[in-house]
Design a protein around this ligand. Structure first.
Ligand SMILES: CC(C)(COP(=O)(O)OP(=O)(O)OC[C@H]1O[C@@H](n2cnc3c(N)ncnc32)[C@H](O)[C@@H]1OP(=O)(O)O)[C@@H](O)C(=O)NCCC(=O)NCCS
Length: 180
């Protein structure tokens, strides 16, 4: 397990799946805002890659997020779009509703940066999020990500187009554990 300050990132376990399905992916509002596509119900027992990782897919590393204190599942996180030629990847995460606003999101971003830069030797990490996702923007910026641009009206979300913010962090800019 990869350890942050408050959370750990570990492999997906079988009994994580029904919790993530019910609390994250069966929520049309959360899914519409976080997934970049239309919400569709997921049938229990399917092999949807958001829930059941494909270990052969080298472009994505999926994690379950757990509390370090006790090991309770609190969400899902991944490094995706891993490009070993350009040495870049994207960060994605989603916490169970009851686990938000406790500093876990910032710690997940920090731990994914450690994984990406230190364990994988990547040079650039990227995050895209809706322009009103203040918690995600703040969790990224407090880890050193900078806003590189706004993708105007790039996301159709619950009946309207919204802007997305693109944030990036380079390995040489990354300062682990720097308070901000
Ligand atoms: C976005 C998300 C991962 C952030 O994680 P979190 O644990 O809730 O965030 P944190 O508690 O680490 O807070 C990060 C910062 O945002 C601030 N923040 C938290 N919730 C906020 C809110 N609703 N509005 C404004 N700021 C907020 C915190 O005060 C903190 O700022 P600080 O460092 O200055 O104190 C989490 O809320 C989540 O899973 N949301 C739903 C899914 C999602 O949006 N995923 C991202 C898709 S790109």
């Amino acid at each position: 397990m990869l350890k942050g300050k408050k959370i750990g990132l570990r492999a997906r376990h079988e009994d994580d799946i029904p919790i993530l399905l019910t609390e994250l992916y069966d929520d049309p509002v959360n899914s519409s805002r976080a997934e970049g596509g239309p919400w569709r119900p997921i049938t229990p027992g399917t092999n949807d890659s958001r829930l059941v990782p494909d270990d052969k897919d080298q472009s994505k590393v999926p994690f379950s997020v757990v509390e370090l204190d006790g090991g309770t599942l609190v969400g899902s996180a991944n490094l995706w779009g891993i490009d070993t030629h350009n040495r870049s990847a994207h960060i994605g995460l989603g916490l169970l509703p009851s686990c938000r606003g406790k500093g876990y999101g910032s710690d997940v971003v920090a731990t994914l940066c450690h994984y990406g830069f230190v364990l994988r030797g990547l040079r650039r990490l990227q995050i895209e999020t809706l322009s009103d996702n203040y918690a995600m923007l703040r969790a990224a910026e407090r880890n050193g990500f900078v806003r590189e641009g706004v993708l105007r009206s790039s996301a159709w979300v619950l009946g309207r187009f919204m802007d997305e913010v693109l944030l990036g962090l380079l390995a040489e800019e990354w300062k682990p554990d720097t308070p901000s």
